[in-house]
Design a protein. Structure first.
Length: 152
């Protein structure tokens, strides 16, 4: 049995948060393309940067006894990225009424071409009970100094 529920009655998200990353040579595979796993790292980096920009540090979540968890992730690889490419990674939180929320992300090249999209379902895990919390929005509202980054 799972604690996961699908988001319902989605709220209108804010403009997506964005951060820039330069593809490093050691992140590429033998064909010179960005390694497929690194796309996930870029998405993760953008999510933590969004939280930081909203005023939430990792220790703030830990102090509340919770931590973010990924329940589902889908990556669509659309265009290659190579060493030296500059990319913008966006992060948009989409909220429903359940225990989970969606995170929609785009990895875009400097010329505006979409290189990949990352769509995921996340939740906050109660670190003591090892179950997802009932109302993750309440934790973000309590901790964030900029609720607009979360679309709240």
């Amino acid at each position: 049995m799972t604690d996961r529920t699908e988001p319902t009655e989605l709220t209108e998200p804010a403009e997506p948060f964005a951060t820039r990353i330069t593809v490093r040579g050691y992140e590429t595979d033998s064909q010179g393309h960005l390694n497929q796993a690194v796309y996930l790292q870029y998405a993760e980096h953008a999510r933590w940067e969004a939280m930081r920009a909203a005023g939430i540090r990792q220790t703030d979540l830990l102090d509340k006894g919770v931590g973010p968890v990924a329940l589902e992730t889908t990556v669509r690889y659309l265009r290659e990225l190579r060493a030296g490419d500059e990319v913008e990674v966006t992060c948009r939180f989409v909220w429903g009424d359940g225990k989970s929320f969606r995170i929609e992300q785009t990895i875009r090249k400097a010329d505006g071409t979409t290189a990949a999209t990352v769509s995921g379902v996340g939740a906050l895990l109660d670190l003591k009970e090892r179950r997802t919390v009932t109302d993750p929005k309440s934790y973000f509202r309590a901790l964030a100094s900029d609720l607009g980054i979360f679309g709240l």
